[in-house]
Design a protein around this ligand. Structure first.
Ligand SMILES: C[S@@+](CC[C@H](N)C(=O)[O-])C[C@H]1O[C@@H](n2cnc3c(N)ncnc32)[C@H](O)[C@@H]1O
Length: 438
């Protein structure tokens, strides 16, 4: 079957993409971007509007999975295969989001099923269950709870608290905003008005998500860049960066590098990924910013130069970003930890060789797991007696005391700033060589 031709003729391009994303996560253990890459390699292409619709619907499905599945299971006499179940998940979410008339939902579910060997022998079942679903669940009768995947929820309950786990579960599906950082903070009031934004306590702006960001005022002119508030806070802990030499070890696509440069630092950016280096270069060029860019695996990086600051925004489980990447919870983040923890450890040991005597390492990442944050730092200072961590204090006026943990690390969670829609989870610590001055 020519998939492109079929999905276009049946007007089911976005549903096909949604189904592929769901099969990607629940069967092939692929992230959304990996599924898009996979489809592109197989010459299946989508319009922007299909990708936006797929984003909206899959985000709803991953955020309410338990609730959705409970509704489907009422109509299934026995267990069915995951790909068929994924079609029903699309039908229920489309009823909930009022995406199309009932008959269209049933027809498209059946058409979708014709494409794959995993579903095409179940056309009868898909037709009858889809009919029952649309007949039973009128939009106004439907209630959906925001659900966290059970292993992640248990982790949060055990390691944070039941209340925090519940708060995160409640807030993380209500994410309809995007945060931006302004290049010249003196212009913040101007951009607040121009973009109809809210100013957040740390000086980021929050705008509504339903606009195409690249069309907004100031984007092409390099006046601001997209960066979640929580991801922008670690650099703000470093204080005055004018003329400071900074090594940004995991730099692409450049959110933190742009912040560092806008604060007057001379930045050396390192990253091993060609695709992401390209994004970094595009970002810096749009922002009219300059830095040295080195494409290399940090394990192979050599220099005699010493830096005032080394920034380690290491690869991590990304569990802090579940507001945006809800599928992460279903990709067994805990099972991927061993490899990530090793890279983080190695990068800390590597970074210490490049720091000036009175310099610091800023270690941060967007994980909610303590093993990628607190534990790494505590182990590092235990093994490196000439290093210690600086207690981050809320004398930094923009910091809420609830954002700091008992050690003095920054520990941001998705339920922080919940009145304004939350933020990504993020961890940050500052390591110093000269401990006597503390
Ligand atoms: C969390 S992202 C960095 C985000 C970036 N600091 C920002 O603020 O936009 C992690 C980056 O580490 C890079 N990376 C992963 N392993 C690496 C390695 N061994 N050496 C260099 N870069 C690596 C990835 O390509 C990715 O771009």
């Amino acid at each position: 079957m020519n998939v492109n031709k079929f999905i276009n003729s049946k007007n089911i391009s976005s549903r096909y993409l949604i189904h592929q994303i769901l099969d990607g996560v629940f069967i092939n253990r692929r992230t959304k971007p990996q599924t898009l890459n996979y489809l592109e390699k197989n010459q299946v292409f989508f319009e922007e509007k299909d990708i936006a619709q797929a984003e909206r619907i899959t985000s709803f499905i991953f955020g309410h999975l338990e609730s959705i599945d409970r509704k489907i299971l009422k109509f299934l006499k026995k267990k069915t295969n995951t790909s068929v179940l994924n079609i029903f998940r699309i039908v229920v979410s489309e009823i909930a989001l009022n995406e199309a008339p009932n008959y269209a939902l049933v027809n498209s579910a059946v058409d979708l099923a014709k494409i794959s060997i995993k579903t095409k022998y179940f056309l009868g079942l898909i037709n009858s269950v889809s009919r029952k679903l649309v007949a039973k669940y009128q939009v106004k009768e439907l209630e959906f709870n925001s659900n966290l995947e059970s292993t992640l929820k248990s982790y949060l309950t055990k390691n944070y608290s039941k209340e925090i786990a519940n708060n995160i579960e409640r807030i993380y599906t209500l994410n309809n905003t995007v945060d931006i950082s302004i290049k010249n903070l003196e212009e913040i009031e101007f951009w607040k008005k121009k973009l109809e934004a809210k100013i957040l306590p740390t000086g980021s702006l929050r705008i509504k998500k339903d606009v195409k960001l690249t069309n907004l005022n100031g984007f092409n002119e390099g006046k601001w860049w997209v960066q979640d508030i929580s991801s922008s806070i670690p650099i703000k802990l470093l204080g005055d960066l004018k003329e400071k030499e900074v090594l940004d070890l995991f730099s692409a696509p450049g959110g933190k590098a742009m912040q560092l440069i806008s604060l007057g630092a001379n930045v050396t950016c390192l990253d091993k990924s060609s695709i992401r280096i390209k994004m970094l270069k595009e970002n810096l060029s749009r922002m009219k910013m300059k830095s040295e860019i080195i494409k290399t695996d940090f394990y192979n990086f050599k220099t005699k130069k010493k830096f005032d600051v080394v920034v380690i925004d290491a690869p991590c489980s990304s569990t802090g970003t579940i507001r945006k990447n809800k599928e992460i919870q279903y990709l067994f983040p805990e099972k991927r930890l061993n490899n990530l923890i090793q890279i983080q450890k190695d990068s800390l040991n590597f970074a210490k060789k490049f720091v000036k005597d009175n310099g610091v390492i800023l270690y941060c990442n967007c994980s909610l797991f303590f093993s990628e944050g607190e534990k790494q730092i505590i182990e590092f200072v235990e093994k490196n007696k000439d290093w210690c961590f600086e207690k981050i204090s809320n004398k930094n006026k923009f910091l809420d005391k609830d954002w700091l943990d008992k050690f003095g690390f920054l520990r941001l969670r998705p339920d922080h700033l919940s009145d304004l829609g939350g933020m990504d989870g993020f961890f940050a610590a500052i390591l110093k060589k000269k401990c006597s001055s503390l």
